[in-house]
Design a binder for this molecule. Structure first.
Ligand code: ADP
Length: 247
């Protein structure tokens, strides 16, 4: 059983785009130490929520709390400093930099142009190599990122985000577009990181993956949280089944 203390709390968050109510009063929390799932049909507002949480965009109203601090007015670097990390649906590696450079560069994202080579100190390189070892990508450390498969890029991006030692990691479709073996490995890595104390919020379309890994699971529909519960509760919720069949 998990402690009830929320690490992340989203309260009545709203963000419209013209007439589109992308996020329309969403409220949910991510318990500290949990692997929390966020599911919902296409267009239900999942990506917009992630963008609001990490300050890619700002909300019109509502509140976001991280570890007892209100963050919705804070810039992204400050949210990162408070322990927020995020990966993207489409990875954002510097294509011409090596795998190792990419992992190191995340710590200096404001001074790296992505054009040249970067000087990597022994200490940084050791930390980065350890993380690459963890995700199974150490052998690729000197390869340019552009030479990697999509799945390999996702692994490097996970190592990259871990370099910042976040408390809460937002994962955008970690199982999307990768092969079944890697999907299983991704699940194992998330579990292992969780056992070391990392909390996760995961957006994912692969239902077996979410329902096997996440608890609690929140369901979004039209920008609102329409259900929250354990995987078993979610699986048997008629409103959830309806929403998915209607997708
Ligand atoms: P999901 O990730 O659940 O598929 P999104 O958050 O991407 O949902 O989108 C929610 C709704 O908001 C959709 O109708 C989408 O078209 C709309 N939307 C998202 N971002 C923008 C934007 N920048 N401009 C206009 N509409 C947007």
């Amino acid at each position: 059983t998990l402690p009830d203390r929320p690490l992340l709390e989203v309260k009545d968050l709203k963000r419209h785009f013209g007439g589109v109510k992308a996020v329309d009063g969403a409220s949910f929390s991510v318990p500290e130490g949990s692997i929390t799932g966020l599911i919902g049909p296409n267009g239900s507002g999942k990506t917009t929520l992630f963008n609001l949480i990490d300050d890619t965009i700002r909300a019109e109203s509502g509140e976001i709390w991280l570890g007892g601090e209100r963050i919705d007015g804070k810039p992204s670097w400050s949210r990162a400093h408070l322990g927020l990390g995020r990966t993207f649906q489409i990875t954002r590696l510097f294509r011409e930099m090596t795998v190792l450079e990419n992992v190191v560069a995340v710590q200096r994202s404001f001074s790296v142009s992505g054009l040249g080579r970067i000087a990597v100190s022994g200490k940084e390189a050791r930390a980065a190599e350890e993380l690459l070892e963890f995700v199974g990508m150490r052998d690729f450390r000197d390869q340019p990122a552009r030479a990697l498969s999509f799945g390999q890029q996702k692994l490097v991006e996970l190592a990259q985000i871990l370099m910042l030692d976040p408390k809460l990691i937002l994962l955008d479709e970690p199982a999307g577009g990768i092969n079944p073996v890697l999907i299983d490995r991704m699940g194992e890595m998330i579990r292992e990181l969780n056992s070391y104390g990392k909390t996760f919020l995961i957006v994912e379309h692969n239902m077996p993956f979410v329902l096997g890994l996440c608890n609690p699971v929140h369901v979004l529909g039209r920008g609102r949280t329409m259900a929250s519960g354990t995987p078993d509760e979610i699986k048997s919720d008629p409103a959830v089944i309806d929403a998915y069949l209607g997708d």
